[in-house]
Design a protein around this ligand. Structure first.
Ligand code: P1T
Length: 377
C-alpha cells in the first residue's frame, strides 16, 4: 500500500463490539479473565493495550518495519535500547545528537559500565576508526539536532554488518515520510513521537521499530519490565496524528524551503543550515537517502546579541523547546535543548551561542517570512 493508505488504515480494524471505525481509547489498567489461565490475550495495562497496539502497528508499517515498541518518551526509547547491551559494551555514536540523548548516555549510562565514542559520523571513516573489540552498537542521528549533519545510512549499515554491530538510526527529524532507515538495512529506528509523528505539541512519546525478531523480543520484554509505556489516550492522539503525517510533512517541507531560501538571501544571517539548500555540504546525500528535506532550519546569526533579538522579537514562531508541531517554534539550542552538553563540546560541533533553531510549522509561509523579516529589521 501507499504511505497515505497505510497511514489511515494500518493497524486499525473496526472495533468488534460496535464496529466503530475509530479505535477506542482502551482506558483500562487490567482485563477480566474468564477463568484461571484463560483470557483474551490481555492481562495487564502495562503489558498490553489495544490502543497502543494499533498505534505501534501503524507507525511500524509507515517505517516499513514489522514491529513497533512504544515508550512514554523518546528518551525512554533511548533507555530501552541500552537494554540490548551489557556492562562493558561500547557504542559508537554521532557527536551531535539531541542534548537529552547525550545527557542520558554520557552522564548516566557510563555509571553502569557502558562507554560511548562520540564521533562525527558524517565521515564514515570516523565510525570505522572508533570501533573497538567491545563495540556492540552504532547509533546515528541523521539529520542531527540541531546542526542538520547527515550520515550515510547505507554506509553505516555496511560497517555495522561487517563488524557485527546493532545499527540504530534516530529518524525523528525526517519522520517515516521522508526517510526509511530499515529499507537501507538499519536494525532499529528510533522516533521521538513527540515531534512530527504526533505533530501537534500535545503528546510526549517514543517508539522503536525493527524487523529483527530477536531485537523485538528483547525490546518488548523491556517495555513491560521497565514499564515506561505511553497512556492509552496518548496512543490514541498519536494514532489520529499519523493519518495526516504525509500532508503535514509536505507542508513543513514546502514552507521550510521558502524560509531557508529567504534567510539565505539576508545578510543578517551568517550561515543558514538546511539540507534542502545547495549550500548544505551534504545536499547530494540528502537527495539520495531522503525524499524531502524536512521542516528544521538552523541559523548562525554571528553574535549572541543578534540571535537574541530574533528569538525575542518573533511573534508567530513561539520561543519553546521541542519541534515538529503544526505550530512554528524557535529555540536557542545552546541554552535550551543542548544545555546538558558541555560548552566546549557544543562549540566544537557548531552549537554556538549565536545559533538559532527554527521548527517551521504548517502556517502560511508568507506570514512566517513576514514574522522573521519584522524581527530582523
Ligand atoms: O523529548 P523526547 O520525546 O523524550 O525525545 C527525545 C529526543 C530524541 N531524539 C531527538 C532527535 C530529539 O529531538 C528528541 C527531543 N528533542 C527535543 C525536545 C528538542 O527540542 O530538540
Amino acid at each position: 500500500m501507499g504511505f497515505q493508505t497505510d497511514a489511515v488504515h494500518a493497524g486499525q480494524k473496526p472495533e468488534p463490539l460496535s464496529g466503530a471505525i475509530t479505535i477506542p481509547i482502551y482506558q483500562t489498567s487490567t482485563y477480566h479473565q474468564e477463568e484461571l489461565g484463560k483470557h483474551k490475550g490481555y492481562e495487564y495495562g502495562r503489558t498490553h493495550n489495544p490502543t497502543r497496539e494499533a498505534m505501534e502497528k501503524n507507525i511500524a508499517t509507515l517505517e516499513k518495519g514489522k514491529y513497533g515498541i512504544a515508550y512514554s518518551s523518546g528518551l525512554s526509547s533511548v533507555q530501552a535500547l541500552m537494554g540490548l547491551l551489557k556492562q562493558g559494551d561500547h557504542v559508537v555514536i554521532s557527536n551531535n545528537v539531541y542534548g537529552g540523548t547525550y545527557r542520558q548516555l554520557e552522564l548516566n549510562m557510563t555509571n553502569y559500565g557502558l562507554s560511548f565514542s562520540w564521533v562525527d559520523t558524517s565521515d564514515l571513516k570516523n565510525i570505522e576508526d572508533a570501533i573497538k573489540e567491545n563495540t556492540k552498537m552504532v547509533f546515528i542521528e541523521t539529520p542531527t539536532n540541531p546542526m542538520l549533519n547527515l550520515t550515510d545510512i547505507k554506509g553505516t549499515v555496511e560497517i555495522a554488518k561487517k563488524n557485527n554491530l546493532i545499527s540504530v538510526v534516530d529518524n525523528t527529524f525526517m519522520s517515516p515520510y521522508f526517510q526509511n532507515p530499515l529499507i537501507l538495512g538499519a536494525d532499529v529506528v528510533l522516533h521521538s513521537t513527540t515531534k512530527y509523528i504526533n505533530g501537534h505539541c500535545d503528546v510526549v512519546g517514543g517508539i522503536l521499530i525493527t524487523n529483527n525478531e530477536k531485537i523485538h523480543e528483547r525490546l518488548r520484554y523491556l517495555q513491560n519490565a521497565i514499564g515506561a509505556v505511553p497512556s492509552p489516550f496518548d496512543c490514541w492522539l498519536t494514532l489520529r496524528s499519523t493519518k495526516t503525517l504525509a500532508l503535514r510533512m509536505k507542508q513543513h517541507n514546502e514552507n521550510a524551503i521558502k524560509i531557508a531560501e529567504y534567510l539565505e538571501s539576508q545578510s543578517y544571517a551568517e550561515r543558514v543550515i538546511y539540507p534542502g539548500l545547495k549550500s548544505h555540504p551534504q545536499h547530494e546525500l540528502a537527495k539520495k537517502q531522503m525524499t524531502g528535506f524536512g521542516g528544521m532550519i538552523s541559523v548562525d546569526f554571528g553574535t549572541f546579541e543578534k540571535a537574541k533579538k530574533v528569538l525575542n522579537r518573533v511573534k508567530i514562531f513561539a520561543l519553546a523547546e521541542s519541534l515538529g508541531g503544526v505550530e512554528s517554534l524557535i529555540c536557542h539550542p545552546a541554552s535550551m535543548t543542548h544545555a546538558a552538553v558541555p560548552k566546549e563540546e557544543r562549540e566544537k560541533i557548531g552549537i554556538t551561542d549565536s545559533l538559532v533553531r527554527f521548527s517551521v510549522g504548517i502556517e502560511d509561509a508568507e506570514d512566517l517570512i513576514a514574522d522573521i523579516e519584522l524581527a530582523l529589521k
